[in-house]
Design a protein around this ligand. Structure first.
Ligand SMILES: C[S@@+](CC[C@H](N)C(=O)[O-])C[C@H]1O[C@@H](n2cnc3c(N)ncnc32)[C@H](O)[C@@H]1O
Length: 363
């Protein structure tokens, strides 16, 4: 085994590397990383290669912030001949357990776009070859490992696999979404991606449905509000700026020209608090924690803006501040923080209080 291969947004390799280094050390698996600036991936080599598989099982992918995908890299295949690239790759995959699916990928980037087109074309014959050699189930099976081939260029590829229930189900770990033309800003895609990443389809039906009340702090011009309105919610929008007319016309929103840090909802029947204010991340983290422990909302999705260099360190401090407040108030919680595909220098966080005390408050 070579190591753990992680995909990330180009430019965020150091953050992804710092995170995997910290998480692996916590698990007492030690290793090293060589990152390439703007490469869009990080490879964590374990000093003891026999620990790689165990590490992949112990790491919780959903709790990694900067990794879009987590793969056990089995081998790096070099000098792939243009006339038959499949054969040398099959030499590796034939020693792996049967996979339920396959992704042929490359790191994200403007320069890798032609390579991505090649990956798409390569998938069909490669899939057939895997089936013929009994390395791939006849029908897609999500409960099994997925084979990954990640081309660095036309001659070089990492070959490996991801584990069921501990990976992104998206090709290249990227949730591709169509921009809805009627939405007032492109940031609408961030909240749409957040709902799809943090909640399963069933959870969205149960907890992000029509009739619920929401508050959007820093709402203008209304890209996030649009996602809440589209799901049939009633939204209090807090911002000194102007909201898009199209949203005002829906009759589902009320606009408060107030400071998001001072705003207090009249009625405390809010399900969702969302917040995209450009502010110091620690200030936002504290505000979100306060809304949750005071019972002003049930769940929150918010951005932490990270314009600094040490993003992983800052994010860790911000999340600790938030969870300390929640824990001190005696609550249990679910939390996920992700650098989403549609995020820039920011991460998106979802928090929900879960314990019985909260349930009691709810009645
Ligand atoms: C990135 S924009 C939000 C974009 C919005 N989520 C969307 O999808 O259209 C940040 C907004 O936060 C607002 N903002 C910043 N500080 C604020 C504060 N203290 N109270 C209320 N709004 C604030 C700004 O006026 C700005 O409209």
């Amino acid at each position: 085994m070579l190591g753990i291969l992680l995909y990330c947004r180009p430019g965020f390799e150091n953050d992804c590397a710092n995170e995997i280094q910290a998480k692996a050390s916590e698990l007492e698996v030690f290793g090293y990383i060589k990152t390439l600036k703007n490469s869009g991936f990080v490879l964590y080599h374990c000093y003891d290669p026999s620990q790689v598989e165990g590490l992949a099982e112990q790491l919780n992918f959903s709790q990694l912030i900067f990794a879009r995908q987590m793969i056990v890299a089995v081998a790096l295949v070099e000098e792939l001949p243009a006339e038959d690239r499949i054969k040398p790759i099959l030499e590796i995959t034939r020693n792996l357990p049967m996979a339920g699916d396959v992704f042929v990928e490359c790191p994200e980037g403007d320069e890798t776009k032609p390579l991505l087109t090649f990956c798409r074309k390569f998938t069909v014959p490669f899939r057939q070859a895997l089936k013929k050699h009994n390395n791939l189930t006849k029908k897609e099976n999500m409960k099994k490992r997925r084979t990954h081939v990640c081309f660095m260029d036309y001659e070089t590829a990492y070959v490996g696999y991801s584990l069921p229930n501990n990976r992104s189900e998206q090709h290249m770990g990227i949730t591709r979404l169509r921009f809805p033309n009627e939405a007032p800003s492109r940031s609408t895609l961030k909240l749409d991606e957040a709902f799809q990443t943090f909640l399963t389809k069933e959870e969205q039906e149960q907890r992000a449905h029509s009739g619920l009340r929401a508050v959007d702090l820093g709402a203008c011009p209304g890209g996030w509000t649009y996602q809440l309105v589209r799901r049939g919610m009633f939204v209090s929008c807090v911002d000194n700026g102007a909201m898009a007319e199209s949203l005002m016309d829906t009759g589902q929103i009320t606009h408060y020209m107030e400071d998001g840090f001072k705003f207090e909802p009249e009625r405390k029947n809010i399900h969702w608090l969302v917040c995209d204010m450009i502010e110091k991340p620690k200030r936002v983290a504290k505000l979100m924690a306060q809304w949750l422990v005071d019972g002003w909302c049930k769940e929150a999705i918010f951005n932490l803006k990270l314009p600094m260099k040490q993003r992983y360190q800052e994010a860790t401090e911000d999340l600790k501040l938030l969870t300390d407040i929640i824990e001190e108030a005696g609550f249990n919680y679910e939390l996920q923080a992700k650098h989403l595909y549609h995020d820039r220098e920011e991460i998106t966080v979802h928090v929900r209080l879960t314990d019985k005390f909260y349930g009691a408050l709810d009645k």
